[in-house]
Design a binder for this molecule. Sequence first.
Ligand code: CA
Length: 236
Amino acid sequence: MPNTILLVEDEPTLRDTLAYRLRHEGYGVITAADGPKALEAAHKVHPNLVVLDLMLPGLDGLEVCKQLRASTDTASTPIIMLTARVEESDKILGLELGADDYVTKPFSWPELRARIRSQLRRSEQSTTDGTATSARQGVIENDPLRIDLDRRQVWLDGDELDLATRLFDLLVYLVQHKGIVLTRSRLLEHVWGYDYTGDTRTVDVHVRWLRERIEADPSNPTLLQTVRGVGYRFKG
Ligand code: CA
C-alpha cells in the first residue's frame, strides 16, 4: 500500500505541481483547496501525512491543524506546514497547534520531499513500535523504560517506578510522541486537558520531577531533552 498524502493548498499552480511530483514519487495524493475540504478529506481517507498550507480560504492552516489534532482519528497524523511567513513566531504558534514540521515558501522540491520522507519514516517506526496512537493500549517498550498502559505501571531498567497520575500521563504522552518537539502549551493541552487554565511553568515543574525519576543524571538529561525556546522532546 503506497502512503497517501493529503495536500492542502489553495494556489492551483503550486497544488498541481506538488501533486504531480508527489505522485511521481509513488505516493497516493488527495488534494484540497480550502480548510473545510481539507478536514473532510482527512477524516474520510485517513492520510499517512498532511501537507498543509498556512494561508487558506475558509479555515486557515493553523485552525485545520488544531482540529486534526483534536480528533482521535487524525491526532497522530504527521502534518507538515507550508508557510509564506518567515517569522519565527509563526513556527512556534504552529508547533503549539501540533504541526510536526515546517517548510517556508519559497522552498525547493528536494527540501519538501526530504521532510515528507522523514516524517513518514518516523510515523512508520512508531506504528511498528506500537506507540503511534494515543488510543492504542498495551505495553510500550522504550529502553530503558517499559510502560504498561492498561495497568498504568512503569519500569525503569526492570525496576517498577511509582509515578503520580500526572507524571505517568506526561511520560506516556512524551514517549508516544518521541522525537517530536512538544511545546509547553501542547503538553498542557493534551496531558492536563483542554480546559486547564494553569501556567505553562506547571509543565516545567513536572518535567523536572519526571527527570528526577527517570534520568540517571537529572541535571544532565539524556531521555527528556529541553529544546531551547520551544519545549521538550523525548529522545527517540
Ligand atoms: Ca495559500
